[in-house]
Design a protein. Structure first.
Length: 427
């Protein structure tokens, strides 16, 4: 389906949401994902205030709690991948939704820090496991069009997240204990609805081979003993830093190191949301297949380098010049995110042995979780502490990692293609 420009972009998005790659099951899964992310938006907007004003935790306790939960979330992706090699994806995903329903309900009942630490950590573990299982579902159901499905899923997720944040604003405006509890309960109920929707789908089809990549360079080792794949995953951690740059770096840099008006901070999220919804499908078409996905890696490094350079330059500007530089940086960071969101998963699939994809993709999913834990302290404690030079160093480092990752991916893809004739003769 050709993606059209201009005023027809939203119509094209709606058409593909009605008939996504993977058919009826994929359409139901996209609805489940949107409901899930609506609950996530409620949690993201209200959790810190709930923990502060309802459970009366200190700022230090909240930091420890959320930090520990983030670390626990790292284990969710490989655990989900491992389980998906033994059990069907659909009931596993339903189980993740129900697990989070239970733990969020327990959050409403717990008042002690120690108990909250456990239930929130398990919630985050289930959250990361669910995200990995959603993409495993897409990889199997959408087949060769998984990049298009990934784009649709991001559009649905952003719409759900925005709706959840908007609903949270209503509750936060009330500011009562009952309103905070209602928001947490709303998040819990979103998991129940998502589980019911997932249950209506069928188990996605068996393993889908990628065109031209019938044989892996390594068989039977598993992801933890496959050095080439682990290298890809490790290099992918800094290739997810756009998330922390947008959510942490831009707002804090604006407030602390520039003369730009503070009212611009919400604009960063608005720019990101709007561009993702409008452009994700178009970008996904340019990252489908191994060659395009590899090229997108290099473009990601370039975009993030220029974004960091704009952040570095914004300190020496006047008010409006700084504002323009920061807004331009937000646009470029979002464009980098669009490239990474499709190419990263596409390469994670293509570089994995087809017969062991669930376990491999579970390991690949760790890169985002690790970045979410390590990225914010890296930016605040190292990059921004070094001033403009810190941003330039970060941009150069990420660009260098992009070149390195591209080279490693090309080498592995060539090795897989070289083994294809051998696999054909063996078959």
């Amino acid at each position: 389906m050709e993606y059209v420009r201009g005023g027809s972009q939203q119509a094209g998005l709606l058409a593909q949401l009605r008939d996504p790659p993977g058919g009826r099951d994929a359409r139901i899964m996209l609805r489940a994902l949107a409901v899930d992310r609506t609950g996530t938006g409620l949690w993201a907007a209200s959790s810190v205030l709930y923990l502060t004003f309802v459970t009366h935790l200190s700022a230090q306790q909240i930091g420890v709690l959320l930090g520990t939960a983030g670390v626990a979330g790292i284990a969710g992706s490989p655990l989900a991948g491992r389980l998906a090699t033994r059990f069907p994806v659909r009931p596993l995903l339903v189980g993740c939704h129900l697990l989070r329903l239970v733990t969020l309900t327990l959050v409403l009942l717990c008042t002690r820090f120690e108990a909250l630490l456990v239930v929130v950590a398990v919630t985050y573990l289930g959250d990361r496991a669910a995200k990995t299982l959603e993409m495993l579902f897409a990889t199997r159901a959408a087949g060769e069009r998984r990049a298009a499905y990934q784009a649709l899923s991001r559009s649905a997720a952003n719409a759900g997240y925005g709706l959840g944040a908007g609903l949270a604003a209503i509750g936060l405006a009330a500011g009562t204990t009952e309103a905070y509890r209602a928001l947490i309960l709303g998040n819990a109920l979103s998991f129940l609805v998502a589980a019911a929707l997932v249950w209506r789908t069928g188990e996605p089809g068996g393993r889908v081979l990628s065109a031209g990549l019938a044989a892996p360079p390594v068989r039977g080792k598993g992801p933890w003993r496959d050095g080439g794949y682990l290298r890809f995953v490790l290099l992918d951690i800094p290739m997810n830093l756009d998330d922390s740059v947008l959510g942490v770096g831009l707002p804090l840099w604006l407030v602390n190191r520039t003369s730009a008006p503070h009212a611009l901070v919400p604009a960063f999220l608005v720019i990101n949301t709007v561009l993702v919804v409008l452009l994700q499908l178009a970008v996904s078409r340019r990252a489908e297949g191994p060659r395009r996905a590899v090229r997108a890696v290099l473009l990601y490094g370039l975009l993030l380098f220029v974004s960091c350079a704009l952040l570095a330059a914004s300190t020496g500007c006047g008010t409006w010049a700084a504002a323009g530089a920061l807004l331009a940086a937000a646009v470029l960071v979002t464009m980098a995110e669009l490239m990474r969101s499709v190419s990263s998963w596409e390469l994670a699939v293509l570089l994995a042995p087809p017969d062991e994809r669930p376990a491999y993709l579970g390991v690949a999913g760790m890169s985002q979780s690790i970045q979410k834990s390590a990225g914010p302290p890296l930016l605040t404690g190292v990059v921004m502490a070094a001033g403009p030079a810190g941003w330039l160093a970060l941009g150069v480092a990420v660009a260098g990692v992009a070149v390195w990752q591209r080279r490693c991916c090309e080498q592995r893809l060539r090795a897989m293609e070289a083994l294809e004739p051998v696999a054909g003769r063996a078959g």
